[in-house]
Structures are given as C-alpha cells and as structure tokens.
Design a protein around this ligand. Sequence first.
Ligand code: ZN
Length: 412
Amino acid sequence: MKILIHRGSKEIGGTCIQLSTNKTTILLDLGLPLSKTSKEINLSNIKVDAVLISHPHRDHFGLIDTIDPSISVYIGETGKHLIDATQMLLGKELHNNKFKYFKSWQSFQIGDFTIKPYLADHSAIDAYGFLIEAEGKRVFYSGDFRAHGRKSILFDKIVHDPPKDIDLLFMEGTMMQRSNDDFPTEAAVEKKIYETIKDQNNISFLISSSQNIDRIVSAYRACSKAHKTLIIDIYTAWVLEQVKLSSKHVPAMEWDLIAVYADFSQDKKLKENSSFFGDFRKRVYEHRIKKEQIAENPAEFLYLSKMSKSRVMNTYKKETPINVIYSQWLDYLKYENSEYFGAENISAFRNDPKVNFVYAHTSGHAEVKDLKEFANALKPKMLVPIHTEFSGKYKELFDNVFEIEDGKPFEL
Ligand SMILES: [Zn+2]
C-alpha cells in the first residue's frame, strides 16, 4: 500500500492522507487548513477514486468542493445533513459531490480497499475512525477523538475490543502539549454553566458551536437545574432536528425550557428555501421568543450565541453585568480571519466591568493519557503522527513511532 500525507503531519486541521494500491486511490479527509500560512495541496494530477470524510468539521471536509464532483465522497448521513444545514443557512449552494453514506461498524468496499468505520467520541457528532485494509495490510486512521465526552463509551469500546494486527496507525495529537485539567469532562462544563446562571440577575450568553451537541446538552441540563430557558437560533434548531433523526436524547425546540429566537436573516433563508425546510419554519414560529419577552425578564435566560453577536450582547448590559460564558477553544479569540469574525469584541469583554466573562470548555480531543491508552490498545507496528503541532514529541510517549512528512511518499 502506498501512502502520501498531502497535509497534516505537522499541523492541526487541513488533514489529507492518500492511500493507494495499484488499482485504487482513496483520500482520508480533505480539510480546509485552520492556519492561513498552511501550504496549499495540489491534487490535480491524481486520479482519486473516493474521499472518506471522518467527521463534519471544516478542517476535515472543507475542500470537497475543489475536487471533480463525480468522485464519491463517503460520510455519515447525519454529518452530511449538518454540512447541508450550514450551507443552506449561510445562503450557499449545497455541495454537488457524489455523496455516499456509510454506517458505524459496517464494512464497505472501495476498489481494493475494505473500510470499517468506528464511531468515535468527539466534539462533532457522527465522527469516525477508519480501519482500512488492502493488499494484506491493515491501517487505522483515528480521525479526531477523545475519551471524556458524553459518548466516552465509544472510546472504552475500542480500547477493550481493538482491531488487531494493525500495521500502521495514524493517530491525532491535538492535545500533545495542552492540558484539559480545568474542565476534564463535559460534566465539569455543565457544572460551571449551572453555577454561572443559577443566581444570575441579568441574562447569560453562551458562546459555542451549534454543532457541538454535547455542549448544547450541557447547556440544556444546566438550564433545567437552574429553571432557566435556553434560547437557540434557527440554525441550532435545525441542527438539533437533524441530530434527532439518529438520536432521541438530544434537546429539541419542542422541549420545555427551550425557545427559538428567529433572527431576520436566518428566517429569510427558511422562506427562500421552503422546499428544503418543509414545515420547519411554521414549527419554529410555535416555539419562538421575541426580543421584548427576553427584555422583560432577562435573568430567566441563557442565550446560545456566536462570537459575531457581541452587538446583541451589548444591548443587555445594564447596571447588572451580563454573563458571557466562552465555551469553545480559547485560541479562536486570537484568529483574525473572517471565520472567527468578532474575536476582538469578545476578547474585549474580558476587561469590561459590565461583563462577567466566564470560561467553560472541555476539548474535543483526547488528552495524552488517553492517547497512550489508545495506542497501547491498538499496538500498531508503526504509529504515525497526524493532526498535531508536536509530532516530534510522539517518540517520548509512544512505541514504534515513525514520522511521515507531508508530500513524501511511503510504501507500507
Ligand atoms: Zn474535529
């Protein structure tokens, strides 16, 4: 089996790994890099048979619109729906790739390759690792994963019953030099949210991704305990509808203590794409909350929000400060690119006497101790660093480490 890492051996995000036999070539992820200084990759001279997307985070799928749309793109069905949700509510075209869906633990074939998807615990739902077999070799690609989320049972499952005889393991190492000690679990995040909102005298905002379902569950549970209402936007309500199709335990807009704020521009997208959204818009209106209702008693609410919404947050500042619970990766506050629009204004809240700035976040990625447990369970003949800024550190922590550099072909 021939291996070529196009990108990802020395950076987080933008991962793309090529595996080939004489007959078949597949790509593992085709991500948009997080760093602006990341090198561009050129796939124009490669005949690709299929792309496997591990999960619906942009740094893993974000370049699928750059390839020939006749190439099959394999992904979990819920993941695809989440990607569609974002496109529709941003007013963009749906991706025109040839999507094919796989299911957890059900092997499928692409030419010479047999692939078995392993559902994983990550901050994106519908996230997978892949066992890939061809020409008598067995490769495992971890994708992004962790052991401390609400689906940690998936981590336990793979370390207790690991795939055997792994020749090569690509293992992510996002957390190689980072600690998760402040909030080691999602439950610790939930507790912090609860403590922040329970005796509040003004509104709280929670800055988090609408696709981090674990976090929305934490927010909802904190609200239930504190008898507050969670306000979500139309996009989040739609995301929760998609997730509901495969999991009944996630909150939905119909639930008590959830209300939808119908932002004008998102509502316009629903109106413009009524055939896509069906009766969703009508149902949103049954659960919507208006600005005036929030203003009447702001202390009753936790408002799930985005970095770009600092203007809305500012309107609630009174003598009593508002709570701004920052519940995502702190480094997003540093990024100046448009994707993280608003970082400066949110950063400024840290020194604003009218804002009580609270940090509450646990990583979507495995800590070093869990990476060790994972590597020890899979016992690969070779362990190749991927999705990490510290590939050089792997040798100190794991056995059989072998670095493959971006752009350097390797024969397994
Ligand atoms: Zn991810």
